[in-house]
Design a protein around this ligand. Structure first.
Ligand SMILES: Nc1ncnc2c1ncn2[C@@H]1O[C@H](COP(=O)(O)OP(=O)(O)OP(=O)(O)O)[C@@H](O)[C@H]1O
Ligand SMILES: [Mg+2]
Length: 216
């Protein structure tokens, strides 16, 4: 049975779609992966189209678009055919976001390590709590060490929220790979960005095994 990860964060531009593509490409090194676009902006679908003609794409990575009540049925079908299913969601809190969260084994919430991004995630976190789904935060565009990041880590720990120790820095490589329909693990397999993504993949897989853990 496949495992389902929903990438959700009410705040726009937090890196949801970028993460779906990076983790999708990296997980495809380990198993079969399906990506689901539930965002009307359809940027994941656009990435999938670019990928179809990308010479460096190592796997096909099935990308489909689905919305509304069809999501639950689609997830059931995909679960029996793929090892990992990753859902990209729009930057809103509505019934579609709830369906994606409800259908997930784990909800991944990317955020810049700055207080406004945590405040903006409250609606998403509340929904995961209501749907009794484990949520895990991931710092994106994170400086290696900063006072703000440390402060936010302390706040997250105090609230007993879960944070992946693996974070992604702000790197042109992510945007460049995206523009080519690739993940950084394909576009630049030996880069620091690829190393970061593989570390995030590992932390995520560990968390899928033990969703209640607070730190990985
Ligand atoms: N770590 C990063 N380093 C460099 N650029 C990044 C990083 N993360 C995201 N970006 C860039 O920031 C922009 C927003 O990212 P993305 O589209 O993934 O966010 P999103 O959360 O999906 O946005 P939306 O809420 O509109 O769907 C994109 O141009 C993306 O390439
Ligand atoms: Mg997006």
């Amino acid at each position: 049975m496949g495992r389902i990860i929903a990438v959700a964060q009410q705040k726009g531009g937090a890196g949801k779609t970028m993460l779906v593509t990076q983790l999708g490409a990296a997980l495809a090194e380990l198993g079969t992966v399906a990506l689901l676009d539930t965002d009307p902006q359809a940027s994941l679908t656009a990435w999938g189209r670019l990928r179809a003609s990308a010479a460096k794409a190592k796997t096909a990575l099935d990308t489909s678009t689905v919305s509304g009540w069809r999501l639950a049925g689609e997830l059931e079908t995909l679960k029996s055919a793929y090892d990992y299913i990753i859902i990209d969601t729009p930057p809103v809190i509505d019934s579609d976001a709830r369906r994606a969260i409800r259908g997930a084994d784990l909800v991944l919430v990317p955020l810049n390590p700055a207080p406004p991004d945590l405040w903006a995630a409250e609606g998403t976190l509340k929904m995961t709590f209501e749907e009794r789904r484990p949520a895990v935060l991931l710092f994106n565009r994170a400086p290696a060490a900063s006072r703000l990041r440390k402060r936010l880590e302390a706040e997250i720990a105090a609230r007993r929220l879960s944070l992946l120790s693996a974070a992604l820095a702000n790197r042109a490589g992510y945007a460049n790979a995206f523009a080519e329909g690739l993940g950084v693990t394909e576009a630049a397999p030996a880069s620091q960005a690829a190393e970061e993504v593989r570390a995030a993949r590992q932390a995520l897989l560990t968390r899928l095994e033990d969703p209640a853990a607070l730190a990985t």
